[in-house]
Design a protein around this ligand. Structure first.
Ligand SMILES: Cc1ncc(C[n+]2csc(CCOP(=O)(O)OP(=O)(O)O)c2C)c(N)n1
Ligand SMILES: [Mg+2]
Length: 328
């Protein structure tokens, strides 16, 4: 690669590959959701993928992840497993939870994807428990918990931040700040002007990004992990981003009253997938190589969709599997 990226070629390509995978999976969801084979509500990541991809890749296989209910990009970035993803969305037994969880409760415990929840902010206290376990049993392992700016309006966030700071837990709090809780802006919801400034009053490293650029977010994540390990503190990352589609569902709602045309144009002008593709091309990666990779991903996703459609729905025998912890 030349000066347009300071990352090794394989890392820069890997970031693009995963961004493309997440984007493409959701484009396929948009196409097939009207078939009504997927009964789950959809909270789409489209537009926001750089946050999950940058941070999950920064963990470099040595971290656990908890997603918000807007979990598609986080699940795919951390596991890269679109077979179980589509299986789950289709409610089939080849899904990650035998088809019982749907879009908002994706998890893959062996891979460190510890879960997601339809309850806003619910994953944040859970991350503290996982981080406490890591501190005791797996030093150097970080938990990244993703949540929206809306979750910050809850006590669960502030209580968790407080305890994580008091105990020096290896938690990376990642706020996917799209400025919206459903249709309500941050400025209409908060009695303070700068969240990062408030969090800085805690014993916590605070980092911010407004670029929507996967490489910038990846670097931020790497830096945060290094600092967390040396300073024994948690980190709070406020990452500005933008949701392309409606709050819940697969349609664009660009004309809705809460949307702003200038904001839409601004963020779509810095689309994370397009930015990284352009960077690769300018760095000398042949377009034919990129297209070959894209077509291979496209074809593989279609295999996942076909496999999901062919797999059985869960029967009564699976009703309780994975629901209760079985004591050993
Ligand atoms: C505890 C709780 N309160 C309220 C809701 C209803 N609700 C669903 S999504 C949402 C907004 C969340 O916004 P944010 O956390 O910023 O996530 P985003 O949709 O922007 O990704 C609310 C209030 C809920 N699911 N859980
Ligand atoms: Mg939000």
């Amino acid at each position: 690669m030349n000066a347009v990226t300071s990352l090794p070629r394989d890392v820069a390509l890997g970031l693009y590959r995963t961004l493309y995978l997440a984007r493409r999976c959701e484009e396929v969801i948009v196409r097939i959701y009207p078939d009504d084979e997927m009964k789950t509500p959809m909270h789409m990541s489209m537009g926001q993928e750089a946050v999950s991809v940058g941070i999950c890749k920064a963990l470099a296989g040595n971290g656990d992840v908890i997603a918000s209910y807007r979990s598609h990009a986080t699940y795919l970035a951390h596991t890269e497993d679109h077979r179980s993803f589509f299986g789950e969305l289709h409610g089939r037994t080849n899904g990650t939870a035998d088809g019982k969880s749907g879009s908002m409760h994706l998890a893959d415990i062996p891979k460190g994807m510890l879960g997601a929840s339809g309850i806003v902010g619910a994953g944040i206290p859970v991350a503290l428990g996982a981080a406490f376990a890591n501190k005791q049993q797996s030093p150097g392992r970080v938990v990244a918990v993703f949540f929206g700016d809306g979750a910050v309006d809850e006590g669960a966030f502030w209580e968790s931040l407080n305890i994580a700071c008091a105990m020096g837990l290896p938690v990376m709090f990642v706020c996917e700040d799209n400025d919206l809780a459903v249709h309500t802006r941050v400025s209409d919801r908060r009695g303070y002007s700068s969240l990062p400034d408030v969090v800085r009053r805690y014993n916590c490293m605070v980092l911010e990004d407004e670029s929507n650029d996967v490489e910038a977010i990846y670097r931020l994540g790497r830096y945060a992990i290094e600092q967390m390990m040396s300073q024994k503190t948690p980190a709070f990352l406020n990452i500005r981003t933008y949701r392309y589609l409606e709050h819940c569902g697969t349609a664009p709602d660009t004309d809705a009253p809460y949307r702003k045309a200038a904001e839409d144009a601004f963020w779509k002008g810095r689309d994370c997938v397009a930015m990284q593709r352009k960077r690769l091309l300018e760095g000398g990666v042949p377009e034919s190589e990129i297209v070959k990779m894209e077509r291979a991903i496209d074809a593989d996703i279609e295999v996942s969709v076909a496999a999901a459609n062919q797999a059985p729905h869960p029967g009564q025998d699976l009703l309780y599997r994975g629901v209760f912890h079985e004591a050993s």
